[in-house]
Ligand binder design. Structure first.
Ligand SMILES: C=CC1=C(C)c2cc3[nH]c(cc4nc(cc5[nH]c(cc1n2)c(C)c5CCC(=O)O)C(CCC(=O)O)=C4C)c(C)c3C=C
Ligand SMILES: [Fe+2]
Ligand SMILES: [Fe+2]
Length: 352
């Protein structure tokens, strides 16, 4: 009997099929009905989605998507496909590789079906989120487990852990950023991460005593808060600052992409930008290390909207540092993380 094959499932968040209201509505409906994303009472969630968000947001978001759409499709999908192709090439003969999106296409069920049809019986799941959150990592893993468990021949699954401190991820981001920051002659670097509702942070701290309990609770990563999204963002920033040789006054961390009126984790990117301009920062470089592929949130929210806001406040320029996309150093890191999770390579120690 042939040995069962191993398969790598790369999972990212997902994106609409087209930058038009209909496809964006379908995507937002699937995304925002996920109880790990909108975690309020089901009746309230239904009303919020159907009476507040879906009547207006699809058209507005579609307009934003159109500004960054590529001729091959949505940037998130185009870059994720390019990563998939490069990783597949590198792992040929060792692992089968497929991309599955948590929402939209290519779906996780389609990716699992494709892998199973090629004889895969053991899965390595790689959620493409450096820092872990229930709304991204857990939601993607839960969907993958659910799909894997549908068949009667139960498949094995290993998970590549969150890689916020993985030297391969950090080295790759620093390698991408260095020439961009130099060329922009940036006098300050902003590390802007996707935000989360504060409520999610508190819920993901079972002790109830750590997350957001004190001002500096995310400043160090310890055994108590090692799964805290905000603390992991701080840790990624420290490691990148060290690699880029930035002085303490040469960088700031903030959180973007908030939705709704409840408090999200702070500081907010759109409030930090005017403060930086007021402090005399002229040429700002922005890195978004919560995203491994350029998408609406990097290209439109930062590359276009934050750019305009910063210049209106007196800044000279805002340069978005591209994401990792399918950069060769990132492909190397993904290959390494897969082999480490599978026990086929020694585990790389986390960044100091
Ligand atoms: C980095 C990981 C992400 C987390 C955590 C996350 C949480 C989260 N997001 C929303 C609401 C929206 N996010 C949207 C887009 C979007 N979000 C991520 C990543 C994370 N989200 C990505 C990669 C993207 C880009 C998708 C693309 O097509 O390019 C959107 C859709 C766009 C829009 O209408 O603004 C929404 C809505 C919430 C509420 C949340 C946690 C509670
Ligand atoms: Fe999001
Ligand atoms: Fe925390």
């Amino acid at each position: 009997m042939p040995t069962p094959k191993k398969g790598v499932l790369l999972v990212n968040l997902g994106t609409p099929d087209a930058p038009e209201s209909g496809p964006v509505r379908r995507y937002l409906r699937e995304f925002l009905k996920d109880p790990r994303v909108v975690d309020i009472h089901p009746v309230g969630a239904w009303m919020l989605l159907n009476l507040v968000i879906l009547p207006t947001r699809p058209a507005k978001s579609a307009e934003a998507y159109r500004k960054v759409w590529m001729k091959e499709g949505s940037p998130l999908l185009v870059h994720s496909r390019a990563l998939e192709a490069s990783v597949r090439e590198r792992l040929r003969g060792e692992y089968e590789v497929e991309l599955g999106m948590r929402y939209g296409n290519p779906s996780i069920p389609a990716a699992v079906k494709a892998l199973r049809s090629r004889g895969v019986k053991e899965f390595i799941l790689l959620p493409l989120y450096p820092q872990e959150a229930a709304s991204s990592t857990s939601s993607s893993l839960a969907r993958a487990y659910e799909v894997l468990a549908e068949e009667w021949d139960v498949a094995g699954a290993r998970v590549v852990p969150a890689f916020h401190d993985h030297p391969g991820f950090l080295d790759a981001f620093a390698e991408v950023a260095r020439p961009v920051i130099a060329e922009a002659r940036a006098d300050h670097v902003l590390f802007s991460y996707h935000g989360l509702p504060e409520r999610h942070m508190r819920k993901s701290d079972p002790s109830g005593q750590h997350c957001l309990a004190s001002k500096g609770c995310c400043d160090v990563l310890t055994d108590v808060n090692r799964h805290c999204y905000r603390a992991q963002c701080f840790a990624t920033t420290r490691a990148l600052v060290q690699r880029l040789g930035l002085p303490p006054e040469g960088y700031t961390l903030s959180f973007q992409s908030r939705l709704g009126r409840t408090p999200w984790i702070k500081p907010y990117t759109d409030l930090v930008l005017p403060e930086l301009a007021q402090r005399g920062v002229k040429r700002l470089a922005v890195m978004c290390p919560a995203f491994v592929a350029d998408c609406l949130e990097t290209l439109e929210e930062v590359g276009l909207r934050a750019n305009e806001q910063f210049r209106e406040c007196g800044g000279e320029s805002l340069t978005l540092v591209p994401s990792l996309n399918s950069h060769p150093a990132w492909v190397d890191a993904v290959v390494r993380m897969v082999r480490e999770a599978d026990g086929a390579a020694p585990r790389t120690p986390p960044a100091p």
